[in-house]
Design a protein. Structure first.
Lengths: 116, 116
DNA sequence: CTGTATCCATGATGATACTG
DNA sequence: CAGTATCATCATGGATACAG
């Protein structure tokens, strides 16, 4: 089956959809952190530099609503909470990998044209 | 040469770099529009739904500063201005393509779980 | 056509303190 | 440990009018 070519209007619409879901400074870094084995609230906060508890709390809720992250409460003493990424979240990986690659290259380029 | 594995700290840093450059609702849609042959201010505005002149003007300046877009003034009568994307801008393509793909799929998924 | 100038609303983020 | 509550600030974006 031939690949369908999207119109420019569709491309713009879909990119904006994606931007909306991952918008802000924190959502992708949080998902990367969780995906790397930081499942506890505190671990995530340590893994994502400079994020405050208030913002982390809110972002986690957003990610839950978008079905990218699952929050599980364990009935231990004391209660522990674990965050994990969903299979759906993993579908972001190709895109995120491209973003990491581009960011790495971009930083190198900036160094060239404007060395510290 | 083996591919270098990035640490989670680096991944987060590079993703945030990228997010910083493409942040906001408009930068990518604008680049897509220009890349699709909309080179005049007015054409870009038509191609990107709902953007105001004020915002478009500001975003184009940001993109110029980031060396993603070039502004050229032609000394005709009346003066015409042409915007084009740079080769560097094209390096965003793999990432943007992934974003388009993901956004398309995401919209389809939302329809399934919450049909209008 | 290609913008600039105001003014304003909203949301995103930050600092800090506090709770179970 | 895992958050919530408040308060403050700032950037983004939108409406509208106007200028060269």
């Amino acid at each position: 089956m031939a690949k369908k070519e999207l119109s420019i209007e569709q491309k713009i619409k879909y990119v904006q959809d994606t931007l909306f879901v991952i918008s802000g400074k924190w959502k992708l870094p949080i998902m990367i952190a969780i995906n790397n084995g930081n499942n506890r609230f505190r671990d995530i906060q340590r893994a994502v530099p400079n994020i405050t508890t208030r913002v982390l709390s809110k972002e986690l809720k957003d990610l839950e609503e978008n079905r990218l992250v699952v929050r599980t409460v364990y009935d231990s003493l004391p209660v522990t909470v674990s965050y994990t990424v969903t299979p759906y979240c993993k579908s972001l990986k190709p895109m995120v990998d491209e973003m990491i690659k581009w960011g790495e290259n971009h930083r190198a380029m900036l160094k060239k044209i404007k060395p510290a």
